[in-house]
Design a protein. Structure first.
Length: 378
């Protein structure tokens, strides 16, 4: 831990500006996307494996992705941040993330087969690896540095594909994937700041803002879903940030990014092993993820989501303690929670929250639980 800095290495104003631009852009774009999806009949229809009972627009990922790019472009236009944003690793994140978003969007529109999606995910990950997103070495417990050499390629690609799918797996209940995206991004901001990776901290702040703007409309009962386009983009971006903003420092052990992303990692591990042990195809979606288990146990959607939020916050606190930034993390998360409450209250008070096209299920009207969208391969 000798290389861990004790103070942020980027002006807070620039970090906050990027977050604010992404947040405002998302708050504005989500209603626009929802209106278009309703008009074009691009809806997630109810089904045997779905929680919701009425069609819901599912293109929220478009607003998340565009908001991220808008904030990135605005900061780039400032000039002095160009060298910070457009590094080789970050360009790989942007290029691979764009491919992952387009793949998810195509699946939202035409419902691709699991194997086509898996091939597309590997392609996006390979592109990112070729542009500088790579796990070159792992700092193991006991101050041991494991240089991967030829193993860097498979380890990086499997990490990117795995986390992308893991986030998509948890996108099965209102507010879960979006909230996990916000909290995980905030943790990435702290880790990157206090380990000398300001460029990764900035991108994590943009992702947090874009996810939070979407989350305002995705809380139960959800008015819009992010779809595969949003879940795959968020998962891929978080996975890249775990590489370029955490493991690149060689000052944190290899478990650190897994702790940050513990909720999706635990769910995909549980789901994959469960299917294999039951002799089922691990690529075929079902309705028995961890959040489905909690719903079947009697918890409401909101209580289930809140439980996972607490896990995310606790894991973020563990990681922030490791890089000696506990209070900074708590203040930042506390501020975002207050901002979220204020935004929800403001939108409701002024009747600005979107009205659903048709009645939707409430948290106490849960049917057979399953994912909102078809799961991707893995």
């Amino acid at each position: 831990m000798s290389n861990i800095s004790l103070a942020p290495s980027i002006p807070p104003l620039q970090l906050g500006l990027g977050f604010a631009i992404a947040l405002v852009s998302s708050l504005v774009l989500v209603p626009v996307v929802r209106h278009y999806a309703l008009k074009a009949d691009l809806l997630d229809a109810p089904g045997e494996r779905k929680i919701h009972s009425q069609p819901i627009p599912r293109l929220g990922g478009v607003a998340i992705f565009v908001s991220f790019l808008v904030a990135l472009g605005c900061l780039g236009a400032l000039g002095q941040l160009t060298d910070l944003i457009f590094t080789r690793g970050n360009l790989g994140l942007i290029a691979g993330g764009t491919l992952m978003f387009l793949l998810g969007l195509l699946d939202d529109l035409v419902n691709l087969s699991p194997y086509v999606k898996l091939a597309g995910q590997f392609l996006a990950s390979i592109v990112a690896f070729g542009m500088g997103v790579s796990v070159d070495a792992l700092d193991l417990p006991g101050s041991m540095l494991l240089v991967l050499n030829a193993l860097s390629f498979p380890v990086t690609v499997l990490w990117l594909v795995g986390i992308s799918n893991a986030v998509n797996f948890i996108d099965g209940i209102d507010g879960l994937a979006g909230g996990v995206g916000v909290l995980s991004s905030l943790t990435m901001v702290v880790v990157a700041l206090f380990t000398g990776q300001p460029q990764a901290a900035l991108l994590a702040a943009l992702l947090a803002g874009a996810c939070l703007g979407f989350l305002i409309y995705n809380t139960n009962p959800a008015k819009i879903f992010m779809g595969d386009s949003g879940a795959l983009f968020i998962g891929f971006t978080l996975a890249c940030l775990g590489v370029v903003g955490v493991l690149k420092t060689y000052t944190v052990v290899m478990l650190t990014p897994m702790i940050v992303l513990c909720v999706p990692v635990l769910d995909i591990t549980y789901s994959t092993l469960r299917r294999l042990l039951r002799g089922k195809n691990p690529f075929v979606a079902d309705g028995d993820h961890l959040h489905h288990r909690l719903l079947k146990a009697g918890l409401s959607q909101r209580k289930t989501v809140f439980a996972f939020y607490l896990v995310c916050i606790f894991s973020g606190l563990l990681v922030s303690h490791y890089v000696r930034s506990d209070w900074f993390y708590l203040k930042m998360v506390g501020g975002v929670i207050l901002l979220t409450i204020a935004l929800l209250a403001l939108l409701r008070m002024n009747d600005l929250r979107l009205k659903p096209a048709t009645p939707v299920t409430t948290e106490d009207e849960v049917q057979q639980p399953t994912a909102d969208a078809d799961e991707p391969s893995l």
